[in-house]
Design a protein around this ligand. Sequence first.
Ligand code: AP5
Ligand code: MG
Length: 376
Amino acid sequence: MDNKIKLHDKFFKPFISYAEMEEAIDRLADRVNADFRDSDDVPIFLCVLNGAIMFTAAMMKRLNFKAELVSIKLSSYQGTASTGTVLIPIGLTAPVEGRRVIIFEDIVDTGNTIVALKEMLLSKGAREVRICTMLLKPDVYKKDERLDYVGKEIPNAFIVGYGLDYDELGRNLPDIYVLDEPKDKHMKYYILFGPPGAGKGTQATAMVEKYNLHHISTGALLRKEIAAGTELGLKAKSLIEAGSLVPDEVVEGMIESEFKTVTGVDGFLLDGFPRTIAQAEALDAILERNGEKVTSIVSIMIPDGMIIERISKRAAIEGRADDADVSVIKNRIDTYHNQTEPLIDYYKKAGTYNEIDGVGTIEEVRDRIFGLVDKF
Ligand code: AP5
Ligand code: MG
């Protein structure tokens, strides 16, 4: 891949190579082919112009069942920030009534556009609508709608290439590039602190979007390793399911690798890390090596009784193994009091500790957090 490039007023640096993207698209096309192999209807491939042109072409070369190509143009972006509104300057180029539709989209972030498009197609009589996106930003995706096919997950960064643009430039680059932030700019490092079930994960979603942060939940990263059946996952499984902590070095390594690989954001939101004094010291050391420091702790506090109530409710929705048994939840609470709570004093001494009341509706707690973080 080439080195840095300039589009309009901004610099971009290499992010995902063409070869890596093609491999991801190979795997994606295999899944779509498998799902549509035996169908006797002729589905519609719906290309969302202009961003998905390259992706649609790449998929069409690989998909081997009968289909028709239709296009639509929507616009929800101006410059580098999502406007959140969906405009439809050019309508559908063919009717969709009674048809199965596979939408080809270049990138899904908040999901506002794609979900509105799916609803519009269904309201126009489409029999079934599936969403196939080349890229997904899971940190900012906030819809319940299931995405049927995802090529690659990326952090919340601004990218160009492989069809994606910055004010219409960059679409023809085969490789994908990410916005290169000026080197003298310091990153923000927020720690979302609190007992199990305090609402860290819930509030993280709103925070990453508002402050352009990358969300790192060590718990979620560990659950991904478990689901993938990796060696690390196998080691972590029994500890997590007992409500104990995994070894410090494991999570420290995960954090450092995220700091190194994620770009194009204004900072990081650490959720569930650090959880021991040793982890807090390791974090300070990692940041110091890079001339950075912890910006602020946002500590969400709720009483122990409410923890069990909230987590028991979530158990039925998310099916997390460590939520299933009240004795495990109680052990997580004990682990929190014994090993994690001492961090409050650690960060009070550092002058970075801030506490907010976690009791109230999700929106009330969110507004308290925004009121605090707006000051930094
Ligand atoms: P982790 O995944 O971090 O779990 P946790 O700390 O126990 O926290 P939870 O994810 O359960 O709660 P949350 O605060 O995110 O609450 P949520 O927003 O979901 O860690 C899991 C395990 O991994 C650990 O036990 C450990 O083994 C291991 N691990 C992770 N990090 C580690 C580390 N650094 N070192 C060593 N080991 C590590 O909210 C909970 C529920 O309440 C949801 O259903 C939500 O919808 C609801 N809710 C949220 N806010 C409200 C509100 N205001 N009102 C009503 N309901 C609400
Ligand atoms: Mg969580």
